[in-house]
Design a binder for this molecule. Structure first.
Ligand SMILES: Nc1ccn([C@@H]2O[C@H](COP(=O)(O)O)[C@@H](O)[C@H]2O)c(=O)n1
Length: 210
């Protein structure tokens, strides 16, 4: 087992199964692996030195191009919807339309209230943009999936003929309340881990030639 997996912040429902998946992926080789990762609070930190880090949407909250009125609205939306996002009593299916409501209200509000900068152009945000090269990802049947919510577990749903998939989940908030559901859903659960150390070490391990 790789040393990083013995850290106290790493929890696994079935460590033996994790080891089997890692060995199978390593045997299959680098060219078969693709990484599918969430962004906010996964590739970016949830907290640093115990202080909460902002998600991408907070770029708007901190922008001079957004009016104070709109910032207050965005804060209200966060206070309304974030508790739902992390509430273990709601299913992913129940939460999804509410999360869409959140983004829609935040985006509509920000677009309506933004103040045009002196240069005249407004900032544009792109997300979920895929750029494939000529080889595509067709031959990569092994997936390293990294996320921070139970909704992220569907990120690999469109991948054809998956051989092995290793799911790594950051459990950032409401740890005790959500630990069981995360352990049931993710192969590796990283509890209040402020780094990408484990996913990075795993990737290095999987792509190293022995
Ligand atoms: N208007 C919004 C919408 C979402 N958020 C937060 O951003 C995070 C996005 O995370 P992903 O896992 O979807 O990358 C999410 O955790 C929300 O808490 C926000 O702050 N404002």
């Amino acid at each position: 087992m790789i040393p990083e997996l013995s850290s106290l912040s790493v929890c696994m429902r079935d460590p033996q199964r994790v080891e089997e998946i890692i060995k199978a992926m390593q045997k299959a080789g680098t060219s078969t692996i693709q990484v599918i990762s969430d962004f906010d609070m996964t590739l970016t930190r949830f907290a640093y030195n115990g202080k909460r880090c902002p998600p991408s949407h907070n770029i708007l909250n901190n922008s001079r191009l957004i009016s104070e009125e709109c910032k207050a609205q965005l804060k209200d939306l966060l206070n309304t919807y974030y508790p739902i996002e992390i509430d273990s009593k709601w299913t992913v299916e129940e939460k999804l339309p509410l999360m869409v409501d959140w983004w829609t209200k935040a985006h509509t509000g920000a677009a309506a209230h933004q103040e045009r900068p002196a240069a005249g152009s407004l900032p544009a945000v792109f997300s979920n943009y895929m750029d494939f090269d000529e080889t595509g990802l067709k031959s990569r049947h092994n997936v390293l999936l990294v996320g921070d919510s139970l909704g992220d577990l569907t990120m690999a749903d469109g991948v054809h003929s998956i051989e092995d998939i290793l799911k790594i989940g950051f459990l950032n908030d409401k740890v005790e309340e959500r630990k069981t559901s995360y352990l049931n859903a993710y192969d590796i659960v990283l509890v209040k881990d402020e780094t990408m150390e484990v996913p990075n070490a795993l990737l290095l391990h999987l792509t190293s030639t022995k």
